[in-house]
Ligand binder design. Structure first.
Ligand code: PMP
Length: 315
């Protein structure tokens, strides 16, 4: 069965938001000649919102950081951004109000599709926000394989920005991993060191309890979750080191986990037959991270921003 921790749980929701307006999900259209299709020109984000422990307030993790990264992704690809942070946040609330249910969290995917323009001239994009409910139960630990596909070099395809084109190689790696019976694939960078998995970053802990994750210059996305986890670690009294990880260091680590907005911090039990502990430092970090997401603890640099109240939902 597909492992859902690193995968978005997609549905066919009734509504999407197109340039700030609610549109029936099945009616969202894009023209065949849009550069979004002809040159894979779209940039996107994935944000997650959580119900607090009392179940009366729904709040989104670090929306400002996601908005800023979306702007950076669009800016690098010369796609103009015509909406403010406040408009972005208001859009999430409008869609959330339609799609939220009491016992599930919600994952938002705002995507800027290039709908007008040609080779960088006259470019404009449509912002479509879709959202999908997410289960709240704990995921099983994952089994990974190191892929024969690699993360593209930054000079071939910009790695730090979240553009759809970056997922062509990741998709091949995930198909390969599934064929071999794994939940997901580890992608190495062009120098053969650890980059990330197909939709999340990698963290390891060694036998001295040091927690390490590669920096974006190693070919992983500039993960907002890893930044939050840096603060969680600091709060717990230790440091998350950002430095390169070689393949053998990964395979001989004491613990391994994957970190991302959807994955949160999901533990890894095996990579290519090498096994890891699951009851150590990363489990502790995961627990603390979820406490922050559910409003039981706060971190100044990683705000979980209230968006809707249960009492404001229909029914
Ligand atoms: N790497 C890739 C390729 C991803 O798609 C994601 C998910 N956005 C991540 C890493 C983790 O990034 P973040 O923590 O910002 O979700």
């Amino acid at each position: 069965m597909a492992h859902t921790a690193s995968l978005s749980q997609l549905q066919s929701p009734p509504w999407a938001l197109v340039d700030g307006e609610l549109v029936p999900y099945d009616d969202v259209r894009i023209h065949i000649s849009a550069e979004a299709l002809t040159r894979a020109l779209s940039v996107f984000e994935g944000l997650k919102g959580y119900w607090n422990t009392a179940g009366d307030v729904f709040a989104v993790r670090t929306p400002r950081q996601h908005y800023d990264r979306l702007r950076r992704s669009a800016g690098l690809l010369h796609i103009p951004v015509g909406f403010s942070y406040d408009e972005f946040l208001a859009g999430l609330a409008t869609l959330g109000e339609k799609l939220l249910v009491p016992d599930k969290d919600l994952w938002f995917r705002p995507t800027m599709y290039v709908t007008e323009g040609h080779w960088g001239e006259g470019t404009s994009a449509t912002l479509v926000v879709t959202a999908f409910t997410q289960r709240t139960d704990d995921p099983d630990p994952m089994r990974l394989g190191v892929s024969t596909w690699r993360r593209a070099a930054d000079v071939a395809l910009p790695t730090r920005v979240k553009c759809s084109a970056n997922y062509v190689g990741a998709r091949l790696a995930r198909i390969e991993a599934k064929r071999l019976g794994y939940d997901d694939a580890v992608l190495l960078n062009d120098a053969g060191r650890v980059a990330e998995v197909t939709g999340a970053c990698i963290l390891i802990a060694d036998n001295k309890g040091r927690v390490i994750s590669p920096p974006a210059s190693e070919g992983c996305l500039d993960s907002i979750t890893v930044q939050v986890l840096e603060e969680v670690c600091e709060d717990l009294g230790f440091t998350l080191e950002r430095r390169p990880i070689e393949r053998t260091e990964l395979l001989t680590a004491t613990e391994c986990g994957v970190a991302g907005t959807i994955s949160e911090l999901t533990l890894v039990e095996e990579i290519d037959g090498y096994t890891f502990r699951q009851d150590g430092r990363l489990a502790l970090i995961r627990q603390r991270y979820l406490e922050v997401m559910r409003g039981k603890a706060t971190l100044p640099g990683s705000p979980v921003v209230p968006l809707l109240e249960r009492s404001s939902l229909p029914g």
